[in-house]
Design a protein around this ligand. Structure first.
Ligand SMILES: Nc1nc2c(ncn2[C@@H]2O[C@H](COP(=O)(O)OP(=O)(O)O)[C@@H](O)[C@H]2O)c(=O)[nH]1
Ligand SMILES: [Mg+2]
Length: 368
C-alpha cells in the first residue's frame, strides 16, 4: 500500500484537489471549516477500483504558521503531490515544503498546476511552468510530471490520477522487516472504544490482538481494533494509514509524536549523532550550542546543537551534528529529520540519524 502527501503554499487548492480526487473533505476541524483554511493534518484516500490498491492521502496545511503540523504528517509518505496555483505560481511555502520533502528524501511526486480555470493567457502558464521547473531542479521532485488541473471544472483530474497511480505502483513498497512502528499523528477517543491513535505504519505489520508498547512512556498495551481507510482489518501493512484502538491507554497517556510499536522495536533518547546538511538558502550557518527544534517521525522537540569536527555548518554545506534533546524522543538509526529555528521560525536543514545512543564524549573534543 502507499501514502501520498500534499505540499504547497496556502490557498493554492490542496484540500480542494484532495476532495475532488477522493470525495472526502480533508478539512475536518470546526475552525478549519470556519476559516476555510487547513490548520492541522487531514486524511483521505483514493479508491482507484479495477483491482488497484487504495492510496492514503495526508493533506497538509500550507500556511507558514502551521508548517510544524505539516512536518508531523509527511514522514511516512511515498510520493508528494505538490500543488501550485496557476494564477499565483511558486510562493514561499511552495519552496519551503519542497525543501522539506527534499531533506526527507521523499522518492518523487507529481506537480498539480491547479486553478487552471482562472488563467487564460498561455504565456502566463508557460512562465509559471518554467518557474516550477526551476524550483524543482536539483530536488527530489526534479523531472516530476506537471499536470494542469482545475478542481472547479474537473479539467486534468483524470490525467492526474492516471499519472499518479502508475508512479506509485512503480515505487518500492515500504519494507516489511517485522519491526512495526507507528509515529502517532492524531489521538482521539470514541465512546465505547476508548483511545484511538493514527499514523502511517512503517517497518512491519500490525495484527489485531497483538501486544504493543508506547514510546517514550514505555506503557504497554494491546491492539483492540485496527482500521485502514475506515474499514476494519485483521492485519495492516507497512506504508498504509492505520488507526489503532489501544486497550488500557487513556486519552492523556499518549500524544502526537509518541510511537506505538511492537515491544523493543523503538527506544527513546535524549542524545543523537546525525549527518546534517544546512539548506543552501538558510540565512546563516548552523553553529555550536544553537537552540533548534527537531522534527522526527511525528515528534517535535527542542534541541541544542553540537557541531562535530568543524566550527559551523555553512548554508549548502554538509557535516555531522550531535543533538542534545530537551526530552526523551523515540527514534531509530536511519530516520530522517528536519531542524527548524525557533521563532522567527524557518527551516534550517536536516538529514539522517546515525546513532541514537552515542556516548556523550565522542568526536567532539571542544565542548563538554
Ligand atoms: N477557480 C478555482 N478555485 C479553486 C480551485 N481549487 C481551489 N480553489 C479555491 O481556492 C481556495 C483555496 O483552496 P484550498 O483547497 O483551501 O487551498 P489549500 O490551502 O491549498 O488547501 C478555495 O476558495 C477554493 O475554492 C480551482 O481549481 N479553481
Ligand atoms: Mg488546505
Amino acid at each position: 500500500m502507499h501514502v501520498i502527501g500534499t505540499a504547497g503554499h496556502v490557498d493554492h487548492g490542496k484540500s480542494t484537489l484532495v476532495e475532488a480526487l477522493t470525495g472526502i473533505d480533508p478539512d475536518r476541524l470546526k475552525e478549519e471549516i470556519e476559516r476555510e483554511m487547513t490548520i492541522d493534518l487531514g486524511f483521505a484516500w483514493l479508491k482507484p477500483g479495477e483491482g488497484r490498491e487504495e492510496v492514503g492521502i495526508v493533506d497538509v496545511p500550507g500556511h507558514q504558521d502551521f508548517i510544524e503540523n505539516m512536518l508531523a504528517g509527511v514522514g511516512g509518505i511515498d510520493l508528494a503531490l505538490l500543488v501550485v496555483a496557476a494564477d499565483e505560481g511558486v510562493m514561499p511555502q511552495t519552496k519551503e515544503h519542497l525543501a522539506i520533502l527534499d531533506i526527507l528524501e521523499i522518492r518523487g511526486g507529481v506537480v498539480a498546476l491547479t486553478k487552471i480555470d482562472l488563467v487564460e493567457d498561455p504565456e502566463w502558464i508557460e512562465l509559471v511552468t518554467l518557474d516550477v521547473l526551476d524550483s524543482l531542479s536539483g530536488t527530489c521532485l526534479a523531472d516530476s510530471p506537471i499536470i494542469p488541473v482545475s478542481a472547479r471544472t474537473g479539467q486534468g483530474l483524470a490525467e492526474l490520477q492516471q499519472t499518479l497511480l502508475p508512479l506509485l505502483e512503480g515505487t518500492q513498497p515500504r519494507p516489511d522487516m517485522g519491526r512495526p512502528r507507528l509515529p502517532i499523528d492524531r489521538v482521539f477517543t470514541l465512546t465505547g472504544f476508548g483511545t484511538i491513535v493514527t499514523g502511517t505504519l512503517i517497518g512491519g505489520r500490525f495484527t489485531l490482538g497483538e501486544s504493543v508498547e508506547l514510546q517514550p512512556s514505555g506503557r504497554k498495551s494491546r491492539i483492540r481494533g485496527l482500521q485502514t481507510h475506515q474499514s476494519e482489518r485483521q492485519t495492516t501493512f507497512p506504508g498504509s494509514r492505520v488507526a489503532v484502538n489501544l486497550t488500557g491507554i487513556g486519552r492523556s497517556d499518549v500524544s502526537r509524536g509518541d510511537v506505538v510499536a511492537a515491544p523493543g522495536v523503538v527506544s527513546s533518547t535524549i542524545l543523537c549523532d546525525t549527518t546534517y546538511r544546512q539548506l543552501p538558502d538558510a540565512s546563516s550557518a548552523l553553529k555550536h550550542n544553537e537552540q533548534v527544534k527537531l522534527f522526527i517521525g511525528s515528534a517535535e522537540v527542542m534541541a541544542r546543537t553540537r557541531v562535530l569536527g568543524m566550527k559551523q555548518i555553512q548554508p549548502g554545506q554538509s557535516g555531522w551534528l550531535q543533538l542534545a534533546l530537551s526530552q526523551k524522543t523515540p527514534m531509530v538509526r536511519g530516520d530522517r529529520f528536519v531542524l527548524r529555528r525557533p521563532p522567527p521560525a524557518m527551516t534550517l536543514g536536516g538529514r539522517k540519524i546515525l546513532d541514537s545512543h552515542p556516548r556523550r564524549t565522542t568526536v567532539d573534543s571542544g565542548l563538554k
